[in-house]
Write a protein that binds this ligand. Structure first.
Ligand code: C6P
Length: 420
């Protein structure tokens, strides 16, 4: 088995994380799968949850459960305080200027759809242009196609090279005064490419376009500062950042969110209702109709605390080491081809093996306790562009280890043996 010579920087970053102690915080990592220890390498699909998150949600249901923003009784006030504290935790985590710039939604998909349905329907007109990229997840393609169908706007796509990097010259050439909105992924889920989002935003702003960044795969792995980026909208899901499913975040600059009409009407989003006229509540409630996901918001807040306790810089450095090690180890296996070789990458290794379908790779690896994802990863245009029907994908979290990458490599060698 190969090893990589460690640079002093790598050794320092590895020393920063106490991996056995971290792993002990994730009880599920002790599961046996088909009699083998679980090696969980499907973190881009969803991450596992630490005890801190599970216990925060349990505590809420055991001691606090009540509806928020509605009751004068003690439990309701407690629930409201914890819910709004979670919003503030998220605000500070991404450095939003104000808590009301954090809108709780069901997940990244709902956040993008909310911007397309609300902002898009109000401000995008026939002949306007929306720019996305080849690297997008379907949730950052389809809502814009639906908006274009409704409005007669045009969808333009930033091309990418064979390594999975966006063609920035082509991007600049696409921008014009017709460009009203740019929506680009921060980190590709299918390939791991880290896009130069600060530059993408700056160039779009020169043309007066508003920019949404899909941060689903960025927020769990690197520090994100929405003000430094000058992002207009930034979206992500709790379940990919060690929090529960069922909740995610739409960050938006206050002035933009204020300009947006609600797309759902109901409780909590109103100030007053008569049969003649309804007046809407202030932000963030205007865009959060109905009882929110209260326990989930509290769980997300606990995930933010947990991540900040470890430190995003240490997490990014440790995962960069895992990626470098994994890239080297998998590159040495004859017949394995890595898909997505951008210079700037996060912890994703997509690969194919000659003459073996990725679903077969995934199934055989599962027999060894190795959880990877196989398929098009909800990014079919990426697969089409790189001329592969699907890939197998290992995606890392800070609880993964070099030993687990060695286990993946051994599993891949067995797959190749089985298929002769
Ligand atoms: N990617 C993956 O295995 P939701 O489903 O709303 O939580 O997240 C959607 C989404 C949006 N953007 C990006 C970049 C994503 O990676 C995802 C979800 C998962 O890659 C499930 S398809």
């Amino acid at each position: 088995m190969s090893t990589i010579t460690e640079s002093p920087a790598t050794v320092t970053s590895l020393a920063l994380l106490d991996i056995p102690a971290i792993r002990a915080q994730f009880p599920i990592l002790g599961e046996m799968i088909h009699g083998k220890p679980l090696v969980y390498l499907d973190n881009a699909a969803t991450t596992q949850k630490p005890l801190a998150v599970i216990e925060a949600m349990n505590r809420y249901y055991l001691h606090t459960n009540a509806n928020v923003h509605r009751g004068v009784h003690t439990l309701s006030q407690r629930a409201t305080t914890e819910f709004e504290n979670a919003r503030r935790k998220v605000q500070h985590f991404i450095n939003a200027a104000k808590p009301e710039e954090v809108i709780f939604v069901r997940g990244c998909t709902e956040a993008i759809n909310l911007v397309a349905s609300s902002y898009g329907t109000k401000f995008i007109k026939t002949g306007d242009e929306i720019v996305i990229s080849y690297l997008e997840h379907h949730s950052n393609i389809v809502p814009w196609q639906m908006l274009c169908e409704r409005t007669g706007a045009l969808l333009k796509v930033i091309p990418m090279n064979d390594a999975g990097e966006l063609d920035m010259a082509a991007y600049e050439a696409l921008l014009s005064d017709r460009t009203k909105l740019v929506s680009v992924v921060h980190v590709s889920n299918a390939l791991g490419t880290i896009n130069p989002v600060a530059t993408i935003i700056e160039l779009a702003h020169r043309h007066g376009a508003v920019v949404l960044i899909d941060g689903a795969q960025a927020v769990p792995h690197t520090g994100v500062d929405v003000q430094a980026l000058d992002a207009d909208f930034y979206t992500f899901s709790s379940h990919k950042m060690y929090g529960p499913t069922g909740i995610g975040v739409l960050y938006g600059k206050k002035a933009l969110l204020e300009s947006m009409p609600p797309v759902q009407g109901g409780g909590d989003m109103i100030l007053s209702v008569t049969f003649e006229k309804t007046t809407y509540n202030k932000l963030p409630y205007k865009l959060e109709a109905g009882t929110p996901a209260i326990a989930e918001a509290i769980g997300l807040g606990a995930a933010v605390d947990y991540l900040q306790g470890i430190g995003m810089a240490a997490i990014a450095a440790y995962e960069a080491d895992l990626l470098a090690y994994g890239t080297e180890v998998l590159s040495q296996i004859p017949g394995v081809r890595l898909i997505g070789t951008a210079k700037e990458k996060a912890g994703v290794l997509s690969f194919v093996i000659e003459n073996i379908h990725p679903h077969d790779i995934g199934t055989i690896l599962d027999h060894d306790g190795l959880a990877v994802r196989a398929g098009h990863h909800c990014a079919q245009p990426v697969m089409d562009r790189l001329k592969v029907p699907a890939t197998a994908r290992a995606s890392f979290a800070f609880y993964n280890t070099r030993e687990e990458i060695d286990a993946l490599a051994a599993g891949i060698r067995r797959v190749i043996e089985v298929f002769g």
